[in-house]
Structure formats: structure tokens, C-alpha cells
Design a protein around this ligand. Sequence first.
Ligand code: AHR
Length: 646
Amino acid sequence: MQFTQILKRISPLLGLCLLASTPALTIAQAPAAKPAAVISVQVDKALHSVSPMLYGLMTEEINFSYDGGLYPEMVKNRVMRDRNWNQQDWLVVQNASGGARMEKDKTTGPSEALNDSIKLTVTSASLAEPAGLRNMGYWGYPLRPNIAYTASLYARADSAGLGPLSVNLVNNKSGKSVAHADIASIGSDWKQYTVTLHTGNILPSEENHLELTLSKPGTVWMTLVSVFPPTYKGRVNGNRIDLMEKLAGMHPAFLRFPGGNYLEGDHINERYEWKKTIGPMVDRPTHPSPWNYHSSDGLGLLEFLEWCEDLNMQNVLAVYAGYSMKQEHVEPGKDLEPYVQDALDEIEYATGGPDTKWGAERVKDGHPAPFKLAYVEVGNEDWFDQSKSYDGRFKQFHDAIKAKYPDQKLIATAPVTSVKPDVLDDHFYLSAENYFDDIHHYDKFDRNGPKIFMGEYATMEGSPTGDFGAALGDAAWLTGVERNSDVVVMSSYAPLLVNVHNGGMQWHPDLIGYDGLSSYGSPSYYVLSLFAAKVGDSVPESTITGAGPRVAYSVTEDEKTGKVYLKIVNGVATPQELEVDLSGVSAISGPAKLTRLHALSPTDTNTITEPKHIVPVDSTTPVAGTKLKHTMPGYSFEVIELDTKK
Ligand code: AHR
């Protein structure tokens, strides 16, 4: 069985025990360089091509990845459906006369999806003593100077013309408003109101909150309260700029979405129901996620597809396949039919023309051009399903999807025997030691079986983001993936994002950390970015001799430009002498470009306060004819770029 990782795989809980018992790479005392390792490359002898989709991204709503992260809505619990909404997120702004109270009203709301609201009753208020509601945001409201924030809400009043309703962004420390606008009057029917809040010359700070207040008595019902900053490429309801720039820096070929466990949900009725995540926000009911918080679904199916469009990534769409994490499953056959139909509708929503039912919905939602789906993944980690129903479920999805979309490539998430999937999704969460020990994992893999998608992997060291030892483990593992990229056609690290504020993280390590105002890449972020940026289109024959067990390498060639990219990992403290010998080329134009990621200890890391402690450093190294001699420092990852002539 090819799924050896099942034995090694780390579940969130098990992971903690395993991490405690698995030693990280240990620090040795600065010894002399080890004798040379010799890498010989037969550049004119290509073994196979490099998959053009080798490096991509995996995403799901975990660690406040979207709400409070990439999806930059500032109002926490904007439809008041998360638990504790009235203890932490929404509070009453009280005045001296105690003139305000709030309660949930389940009898009135602006839509079928949002058929409830918060009822604010103000019995006594004046201009000097306003009263109303306060929202504390996701660890505050991250405000910057001279920015226009768009604020909106759905509201109705007990009598027509109640107002004004003042909208203020208020600094927590000074209690002073830093941006203000009035909604002149609220009518007695549900309606959306929008204002712009301009900050002036303030200092960037997260220590702010939102206040919605009345200065006269009245009752107002509200929901879907929103404050949005400018977004990447100016998309309405789009993504956070700095995080999108970080993702773009990874040169991702694809995005696997929407999960992960987030696709499955804890229970069948908490699964990712894509039809409830499209259209106007007011028609999205929102849903509880398996990571213990409520999802606003502001980043819904169309937003995932547009995210791919913005970063030029191919879509790898995972469809719910009838298994949820608390061991609930749908039997293949009649019971599964509605779920299969839902997946067919989902594919049609993404790819269909305006003449199709769901394609027309997408056009209505503002995206006339159809998307392409590189792959459809059926489920997530279905080897967890103890009922063993996946084979039958996969076949039912497979047959229905292939009947309607014969060219659509499918990914299975567990081994199946009833049909041959195009690709199998393989997940690994291991220690650096385990990764180094297993760098030849794919070398002898069955070339006639399904291709492999390494849909989730990470060296489980460091928190909230991986440390340098983790980066070395990830790099070592990726050398094996790249060398075998005829079999492993795609790979994506998981989880991708983490909000580093207290309470923001459900899983570690993660790749990119952030608070409201800034973000940083872990050392692994730089490893992955380098792997994707500096890769050729074929893998030439090569050998290594004389290397210790913690040296890993891969080599690729760009056949059009003649560039040869050598990636090498030295996972111990001892420097490593290296000789590189190219044959099948007449010369290398020197010097060679060298990009190095290095730290003194595997526990060194990047943090939100020291985001650039470990970053790639560019330099050059001399070449002699078709050879190169070079010493790698201990604990380092290097990419050597050689300009060759045939
Ligand atoms: O990456 C975190 C979780 O790990 C994913 O949601 C799940 O697929 C895996 O178990």
C-alpha cells in the first residue's frame, strides 16, 4: 500500500505528543567542514519533466485565516450568530442614564438567510450622552492613517426617520473617534446603509473599536454590520493586500480549496455548503466551522475562484463527498445522490456558460467568464472514515462527474480500487528527522499508479509558525518531491495562514503569521518560495557521493535557457564541502548565483516582531569550467543557479 503516511501521519492531538517525543535536529559545536560531497549532473540526460503545477497553495478556514485574516472584514461576528456574540464581540455603549439595551430578535431580519437581528433599544440619550453598540473587532480594528474604510449595515427602525445613527471608529486608549460618519435616518423597512469612514493623520494601530450610537431615544434592528479596508487589486469584498502579496511571492501554480476539515465540517449539517456561500452577503446564512468558530462565508465559492484569478493560480476544487469528521457518512447509492448532484452543480457554477442554470447564477453574481477547474478533489482525508464507504462514494462521484465532464481530472483522498483516480492526495505531518530519513520516499514509487498530490505537509516544529529546523525538514522533503515530479505532480503546505493574536491559532506550525497590521513569512515560507521561483522544466540524471545523512539535494534544468538549478540542504551544524560536476555541457558562465537561507540554530525563527530574522541572501560563487567547489555552512539551504552552454 502506498499510503505509508497513514502510519506516520499526525492528527492535531496526536501531533502534540509526537512533537514532544521526537527530537528536533540537535545543535552541534562548530566543527570543521565535512569532506566533500560530490554531486554529478548529466545535464543532457533528462529523466523526466517537472510538473508545471508542482508548487501551489492549500487553504481552509482555520487559525482565523479568512475572517480576521485574508478576508479583511473588521466587524467580528457581523451577523451575531457566533456563540458568545453578546459577551465578547458586541457590547452596549451605555450612557449615564443607563439608557440602552440590546437583545437578539429572532422575528425580524433583512432576508431569508438572515432572518434575525440585534435589537437596540435606546430609552434615554442626547448628543452629549449617546448610547448604542460597540464591536471589538478581531483583536481590535487595525487602522492606518488617511484611509477610506467602507462601513455598511442592514437596519430598520421602530418609526420611520430615526436618526442620525452615528458610526465611529474609536481609539481604545483615548476614547476619541478617529473616523466618523452619520447615517442621517433609518427607515421602518429593512435597508442597507453605507457610509465612508476616513481616518486622518493617525498612527497605525489595532487598538480601536467600532461604535454605532443614537443621540435620541428609539429602537433599531441591525445585522450584517461591516467595515472594510481597501483590498488587493481593489476588489469589492476582496482580500487583504499584504497577505495576497506574500502569497504572490510564493509563485503558486494552484490553490486547493475550501479544505481540509473545513470542507467536511464536524457534522454533515455543518459541511461546506457552497450554495450558501454565493450571491449577496445578505443571502449567506454563515455556518459553524470545525475549528471552533463561526465562518462569515464572506469568502465564499466565487471569492475562492477570484482569489485564484488574482494570483493566476489554477483551481483545485474540493467537493464535499459525504463524510464529516465525527464519523458521519452518507451511504453510497440513493442517499448520496443529492450530494453528487450538489458537486455537479458546483462544477457548473464554476465552469458553465450563461445558458446553464448554475453558470447563469455565476454571471448574476458578477463573473460572466467561466473558470477552468484543473482538478476536482472528492472529499478530504477519507481514510479517516471508519465505515470504509469511500471506495463506493468516490466511484459514484467519479462516474457522475466523468459522465458530464469527461475531461475533468479527479483526485481521490484515500486509496480506492473500484476505479483508478487520476491523482491521489497524500498528507504528511512529520518531524524534521522523519523527513530527512525518508527523502527517498518517492524514488521507487509505482510509476503506473495514480499520480500523487501532496496536498498537505509540514515539518511539525515551531509555533505559531515553523522554525528553521522545520524549514530544513521541509526543504529536504521537497528535494525528494522535486526529484520525483513525474509522480508527485502537485504539493501544498498546510496550514497556510495563522493569526498570531492570543486565541487565533488552532494548529501549528503554520506558514505565514500576521496580526491586523502586519505579516511575516516563516523560514519555510522562503524555502517554498525559492523552490517555486527557481525550478527548471526537466530533471536530469544526477548522483551524490560522500554526503552525510542530513544532506539532501535536487537538480532541475530549464531546457530553453540552459539554466541548471541545484537545491541543497545541510541539516546539521557542520559545514559541508561540496563539489558540483556538470557533464553534457561545454561551459558554465560564472560566477554562479547563490541564494542561501541560514541560521545558527534550528530553533531560530521569524516572528511578528522580528519578521526578517531569517531571509534568503543572494551572492555568487565562482565556477571553473564545468565544475564548482563550494562550502555550505551548517544548518543551511541553498539554491545554486548555473548558466550553462551545451
Ligand atoms: O491542515 C490542518 C488539517 O490537517 C486539515 O484541515 C486536515 O485536512 C488535516 O487533518
